[in-house]
Design a protein around this ligand. Structure first.
Ligand code: SAH
Ligand code: SF4
Length: 404
């Protein structure tokens, strides 16, 4: 059973709201808050103090109305309310899988030259001891990995840093992950930890290193200890292998790194992950060896999607182990998540186990990532297009529908 909590699409199928929305400060950087306050006539000598107050209300307490900022003067609150909002990205649909995974389809503000308001997806995956939020960095993707559904869509645009942070704020709102907030009563499972979102992964739509500056700024905001306070060690950026940006990312953002490897030789990787033609495996692994802060305690995760008869032989497993020798690494085997029209099948379970055994024997803990949220098409590589399909048929349905 799939519980669809929100289907705002039904009320506003066109997104053609002509009223001009106020600019939102939800997702703003320190500099942007200072600029906003300056534009309202706050004197220079007060700007720092006032922006810190706003920061704490927006990012530590998660308020979504300026009126709640009780230590800010009434006059300033009124001015803020008149000129700005604290709006999050608009929810088009919110789905809760039977395993507790939640997926939001979000609509971003339309820009001048865009025919339609772009949409992206955010997924929350609760487990017993952790909660992982998977966020998107681009609408679509310029790369064309042959096994990835997002890769079949053209790039619409990069997300701004505010839109990337907006996904975190919205998820925190919806699962009650603010101090004193209540968890939702809809049967969705939540982890036992004090915080509901313990980990953030940039594994949604898009190639985050092709939107470097916005993603970097967003992580800056998310990691700030006086606000959202997500430790950089619990934030993971996944890349298909944009080699020239890997070292810079480590130096400037300092998050954990995941590499979408998926093949052990250039011939096959050229086909599966075409960016490999530009940056072959040797160069990619060299960039990994030089990743700033890499130690045995801070390993790189190598993602490996299991494609039946393509990359899943015992020989491939042995070659994988050999290839990664000397790099502090974790290996994540991902069962292929099929999508309509995909040219691949997921490896048989016995084949995955055989593969995992070889990798384990070589000393890698290689958990096979259990597919989550399959009933709501929320698994890796299934984002966006599939839900567009789903949504079309759901528009006319009641708010609770049956899945598989
Ligand atoms: N663009 C980045 C991050 C987003 S994709 C990257 O490629 O790393 C997140 C992960 O999901 C990547 O490892 C990607 O290769 C994997 N993936 C994509 N499509 C998939 C599918 N259909 N089944 C399983 N994993 C998939
Ligand atoms: Fe883009 Fe990553 Fe999908 Fe490749 S796997 S098409 S890089 S989102």
């Amino acid at each position: 059973m799939v519980l669809i909590l929100n289907n705002l699409q039904a009320c506003d199928a066109t997104g053609a709201d002509e009223t001009v929305a106020l600019p939102t400060l939800a997702g703003a950087s320190h500099a942007e808050l200072i600029e906003a306050l300056g534009s309202l006539g706050v004197p220079n000598r007060q700007l720092r103090m006032r922006s810190s107050q706003l920061w704490s209300w927006i990012y530590a307490r998660g308020i979504s109305a300026f009126a709640e900022m009780t230590d800010v003067s009434k006059d300033l609150r009124a001015k803020l309310t008149e000129a700005f909002s604290l709006e999050r990205p608009q929810i088009v649909t919110e789905q809760v899988s039977q395993d507790g995974t939640r997926k939001w389809l979000l609509r971003l503000p339309k820009r001048g030259d865009e025919a339609e308001a772009p949409e992206v997806e955010t997924v929350y995956i609760p487990e017993a001891d952790r909660g992982t939020l998977c966020i998107s960095s681009q609408v679509g993707c310029t790369l064309t990995c042959t096994f990835c559904h997002t890769g079949t869509q053209r790039l619409v645009r990069n997300l701004t840093h505010g839109e990337i942070v907006g996904q975190i704020l919205l998820a925190r709102d919806r699962i009650g992950d603010w101090p004193g907030a209540e968890a939702p009563q809809d049967g969705g499972l939540l982890p036992d930890s004090e915080r509901k979102i313990t980990n953030i992964v940039l594994m949604g739509m898009g190639e985050p290193l092709y939107n470097f500056e916005n993603v970097r700024q967003a992580i800056e905001i998310a990691a700030d200890s006086g606000g959202l306070a997500h430790s950089r060690r619990r934030i993971t950026l996944s890349t298909s292998g944009v080699v020239p940006e890997i070292g810079r990312w480590g130096a400037e953002a300092g998050t954990m790194l995941a590499i979408s490897l998926h093949a052990v030789n250039d011939e096959l990787r050229d086909e599966l992950v075409p960016i490999n033609r530009k940056y072959p495996i040797k160069d990619l692994l060299e960039a990994c060896r030089n990743y700033p802060g890499l130690t045995n305690a801070r390993r790189i995760t190598f993602e490996y999607v299991m494609l039946k008869g393509v990359n899943d032989s015992p020989g491939d497993a042995r070659a994988l182990v050999k290839l990664l020798a000397g790099i502090p690494a974790k290996i994540n085997l991902i069962p292929f998540n099929a999508w309509p029209g995909a040219a691949y099948e997921c490896s048989d379970w016995e084949q995955i186990e055989r593969f995992a055994e070889i990798v384990n024997k070589a000393g890698y803990a290689s958990p096979v990532r259990t597919p989550r949220g399959r009933d709501i098409l929320a698994a890796c590589g299934q984002l966006k297009s599939a839900s567009v399909k789903l949504r079309a048929s759901e528009r006319t349905k009641a708010t609770i529908s049956s899945g598989d």
